[in-house]
Design a protein around this ligand. Structure first.
Ligand code: NBP
Length: 503
């Protein structure tokens, strides 16, 4: 569509998968949008292929032209590769004449520390704002979940665009409103976006979203693995199980696509299922690792998130595993076929583990808000994850309700609804973990989630002995069960009769 000489409402830099889809989504909602890409031919082809959008797409061959095309204050969305490319783009924008009142929105998967640093570094020269975008290519095109964080005044400028293009939830059902198509966006409903807090808050929440996504995917993969080995079912039979599961509590995008992946035939040999032809070596781009690293830094027990990252690392050492498989002895799976009632037990195990994974993610954000001086609204976070993003699920409505009931909820497991769910499912969960161990089937996320649950509900853990060991070899001191917290003692080991000294 032609620009008709009007200044564009918004600009976007970076026309790879995410940028081009987000630009079309924005244009579908009637906003005029100026677009720029480092490689000009990419921009030219994009504009030529998409001339019929409700809002104008204005292709710009230089950043000077790009800046001149935008209304003031300019709102510029940057969707380039996370890392130094973001700083390159900002510096180039400054050199091209960006003004202090202009807002630069980094919508890539940037590390939250970079966002905090950039907001400070560019203060006075521009308004730097961060926003997580989830939902992949299709989400960007037809309604992502958007997690903005930064200066509230910058949010005022971005808000109308973000609320228009985000996925929409039907307030009556709490479910996403489907049906967006090119040129026909969904209107009405509650937008899956909300201002989350200053500086890196949006990118941090997006990172935790991805950390939870890692566990969600790992848990589903473990359920598939156990079903496959314990029941010896073909992929299409397993797909039917996942399709049935998608009609209940586990109803989610990831379960839905799992069924599709399992049904897919190999394009090179339709007699085979594609899943059997895909190498069992997982890749990763780093956000799961960041989440686990942040949990370690903040001292939050997000063990299933870390386990999901390590599970990918273990999968990646394929050649080593092939050698070890011939040398290391243990139970050989697949010797016995289990009755079909194990399917329901695995479903329960998956559901309980999933509750623990989310509990860990929210526990991590609870700690992060203290360390980074944010005030996160967990009910809002759960609500904007109900649609558009990769972890969207019926379950997120329940989390939204849990935090609405009790905004200061310490741990999701303590909410009455989730307590009940785990009470119902935990016998099956334990049975599945035992079966996995007995048959030598690795199920690290199921196991770590159960360990998290049992540790969290244990009033006494073996850390008393551990503190004794620490005091023994390093005089690290210990607290006593019969003294107030914060009072530390030390014994001159190893003579058990020697008096203890208060330190
Ligand atoms: P990529 O992450 O693959 O980045 C490609 C884009 O960055 C191209 O437009 C490229 O321009 C541009 N670029 C690079 Br690389 N270096 C540049 C530089 N120094 N200066 C200017 N432009 C530069 O794109 P993507 O997959 O669309 O992802 C964009 C962002 O969104 C990333 O942060 C990503 O992590 C995040 N994200 C991606 C997904 C997904 O599903 N792909 C989902 C959610 C979030 P060129 O054409 O000239 O090379």
């Amino acid at each position: 569509m032609a620009n008709n000489g009007q200044a564009a409402d918004v600009g976007l830099i970076g026309l790879a998968v995410m940028g081009r889809n987000l630009a079309l989504n924005i244009a579908d909602h009637g906003f005029s949008i100026a677009v720029f890409n480092r490689t000009t031919s990419v921009m030219q082809q994009f504009v030529a292929e998409n001339s019929q959008t409700p809002g104008a797409l204005i292709g710009c061959e230089s950043l000077g032209v790009f800046l001149a095309a935008l209304k003031s204050p300019r709102v510029i969305i940057v969707l380039v590769k996370a890392g130094p490319a973001v700083d390159d783009v900002v510096e180039q924008l400054l050199a091209a004449g960006l003004q202090p009142e202009d807002v630069v929105v980094d919508a890539g998967n940037s590390n939250w520390n970079d966002t905090i640093r950039r907001e400070k570094q560019y203060a006075q020269r521009l308004k730097f704002f961060g926003s997580g975008v989830s939902g992949g290519e299709l989400g960007a095109r037809f309604g992502p979940s958007l997690m903005p964080g930064g200066d509230p005044d910058s949010w005022r400028h971005l808000k109308p665009i973000w609320e228009a293009i985000a996925a929409k939830i039907d307030p009556a059902t709490g479910k996403p409103i489907p049906g967006a198509a090119p040129g026909h966006p969904v209107t009405g409903g509650v937008a899956c976006t909300a201002y989350l807090g200053p500086n890196g808050a949006g990118h941090y929440v997006k990172m935790v979203h991805n950390g939870i996504e890692y566990v969600d995917m790992q848990l589903i993969s473990e359920a598939y693995y156990l079903l496959r080995h314990l029941l010896q079912l073909a992929p299409d039979e397993l797909a039917d199980i996942f399709t049935r599961w998608n009609e209940g509590e586990l109803d989610s995008y990831l379960i839905e696509i799992t069924a599709d992946v399992l049904r897919q035939r190999d394009p090179t040999n339709p007699k085979k299922f594609l899943v059997d032809c895909i190498l069992d070596a997982a890749g990763q781009k780093g956000t799961g690792q960041w989440t686990a690293g942040s949990a370690l830094d903040l001292g939050v027990p997000a063990n299933s998130i870390a386990e999901a990252v390590f599970a990918r690392c273990m999968s990646a050492v394929k050649e080593e595993r092939v050698v070890a498989a011939k040398k290391l002895r243990g139970p050989v799976p697949g010797k016995r076929k289990y009755p079909r009632k194990i399917i329901e037990a695995i479903r329960q195990a998956l559901y309980c583990s999933k509750i623990c994974a989310y509990a860990q993610g929210f526990q991590l954000m609870r700690q992060a808000q203290q360390d980074y001086h944010w005030k996160l609204d967990f009910g809002t976070i759960a609500s904007i994850w109900r649609g558009g993003c990769i972890i969207r699920a019926r379950f997120l409505q329940k989390i939204t309700e849990a935090y609405q009931r009790q905004p200061e909820l310490v741990n999701l497991l303590l909410d009455p609804y989730f307590r009940r769910q785990v009470r119902v499912g935990q016998d099956s969960w334990r049975q599945v973990v035992m079966l996995a161990a007995r048959h030598g089937l690795p199920a690290p996320a199921f196991m770590s989630a159960l360990a998290y649950y049992d540790a969290y509900r244990a009033a006494v853990l073996p850390a008393n002995l551990l503190q004794g060991q620490r005091d023994y070899f390093g005089a690290h001191t210990y607290e006593r069960v019969d003294a107030p917290r914060g009072k530390f003692f030390h014994v001159n080991w190893p003579d058990p009769q020697r008096p203890q000294i208060e330190v």
